[in-house]
Design a protein around this ligand. Structure first.
Ligand code: 5AD
Ligand code: SF4
Length: 436
């Protein structure tokens, strides 16, 4: 169907937000004749899909709205969606009257109903869209993302997400398998299963059905013919039981890269964060995974300078980093968030300069590990799914354990699994030559 209406979406935050943006775009295309554009100035509708997990992106929102409002086409609408929309609601319109509507992170399916109603605000965190049929969401031609749950039932004391995305409800497994099948029929060979806490999957379905675990879901998804790789994010270290780890190790379709968000290596800080595990449990799970899975890559999230974090606590974190030797670390300095329990510890917050110094120390340690780890790949031959063309005559793709690899080549390699002998390593990617 031809259309003159154009949609521009700016997405901040996590992979769930990326998928939500794709779902909004497909709903607007299907019901309202919008087509997506990368050029904000030509859009008839601008949506900012926000994140509220730390203070920085929230404070940027209002200056961004101002910028968009100044440069947008005359008469173009602006909508604010996502976690900051859930959290600030109609205050957004009060502070920035240029905003036409506000759509919370748990209300994505309502986009078609509110897009034409000036001043509408839909932010209920009790709304249940766990059985809403969205279109497939593609990262690229070969890769799709599939949501497996909405919301989060954890009570991590630093985290705003439970109050922006509401209680956790699992999407029925047959809907997930169907989404995976449809994605594969459209050309995907890899899917990423997404949820705030994927391995607590199956404890709460909206139709109240019986128990079905994340491990069961992995088994069922991997039966989809034509699907080659399954990734998922984020699992919680507390729920990495033996059954899950064994399935992870033995199922050849499951990508051998796992995200294990540590947050802190100190058991007393983990307790204050209400993470539910100890330093020893985390180390035990990581060691079990490493023992069972050759070539495993482990990525993590770490928060430094949580209120009350002593030098000793921080050294526990460095100790875990030294023992696990993570393949990628997303580092954050603690950021106090409205409505979270950790605000009660405001009197023991760590001065900002100490937090920054800890962050730098952690980053430097990890860089040292990365140089050593990445160098070990030189000379190895790895299978890479080629996903994209790069300017300078190169193509790029990822290994099963999610390493990015570049090689010389052209479009006939796209979508192929090719063997590449690694000749060069940087801290974040590899380069090599195709071998037969
Ligand atoms: N301050 C800093 N980092 C945070 N994260 C979540 N909440 C906060 C906060 N208040 C980090 C966690 C989480 C990642 C997505 O963001 O490490 O795993
Ligand atoms: Fe940001 Fe968390 Fe919301 Fe994702 S779920 S957009 S990380 S606040």
């Amino acid at each position: 169907m031809s259309s003159n209406k154009k949609l521009f979406i700016q997405t901040l935050g996590c992979q769930m937000n990326d998928t939500d943006s794709q779902h909004m775009a497909s709903e607007l295309e299907k019901h309202k004749d919008y087509v997506q554009t990368n050029i904000m100035e030509e859009a008839d509708l601008i949506i900012i899909n926000t994140c509220s997990v730390r203070e920085k992106p929230v404070s940027r929102l209002f200056s961004e709205i101002g910028q968009f409002n100044k440069k947008k086409k005359q008469g173009a609408k602006i909508g604010v969606a996502g976690c900051t929309a859930s959290h600030l609601g109609e205050d957004i319109i009060r502070r920035a009257p240029a905003v036409d509507f506000v759509l919370g992170a748990r209300n994505i399916s309502k986009i078609k109903d509110i897009v034409d109603i000036k001043g509408s605000v839909e932010i209920s965190i009790n709304h249940d869209e766990s059985t809403y049929e969205f279109a497939t969401a593609k990262t690229n031609k070969y890769r799709a993302s599939v949501n497996i749950s909405v919301g989060c039932d954890k009570k991590c004391t630093y985290c705003i997400v439970p109050s922006t995305r509401g209680e956790e409800i699992s999407i029925p497994p047959e809907m997930i398998v169907d989404q995976v099948r449809r994605s594969v029929a459209e050309g995907a060979v890899e899917v990423t299963l997404l949820g705030q806490n994927v391995n607590s999957y199956g404890r709460n379905f909206s139709d109240g059905r019986g128990k079905y675990t994340f491990t069961n879901l992995l088994q069922d998804v991997s039966k989809v013919e034509g699907l080659e790789r399954i990734r998922f994010t984020s699992p919680h270290p507390l729920h990495m039981d033996d059954e899950f780890i064994e399935e992870f190790a033995k199922n050849p379709k499951i990508s051998k890269c796992i995200h294990m968000p540590l947050q802190s290596g100190s058991t007393s800080i983990l307790r204050a964060m209400k993470r539910g595990y100890t330093k020893e449990w985390f180390l035990n799970r990581a060691a079990k995974l490493r023992a069972l899975v050759p070539n495993l890559r482990i990525t993590t999230d770490i928060i430094v300078a949580f209120p009350g974090e002593t030098q000793e606590d921080f050294e526990d974190t460095l100790d875990v980093v030294n023992q696990v030797r993570f393949n990628q670390i997303f580092n954050f300095k603690y950021s106090p968030r409205p409505g979270t329990e950790a605000l009660n510890f405001a009197d023991i917050e760590i001065p900002d300069e100490n937090g920054s110094a800890r962050l730098i120390e952690l980053i430097e340690l990890h860089k040292k590990h990365l140089v050593e780890i990445m160098d070990t790949y030189v000379g190895e031959t790895m299978t890479v799914l080629i996903e994209s063309l790069k300017p300078n005559g190169e193509v790029c793709g990822f290994t099963d354990n999610f390493l990015q690899v570049f090689t010389k080549g052209s479009d006939e390699l796209l979508g192929q699994f090719v063997n590449i002998k690694i000749t060069e390593a940087s801290r974040t990617s590899l380069k090599g030559v195709v071998v037969l």
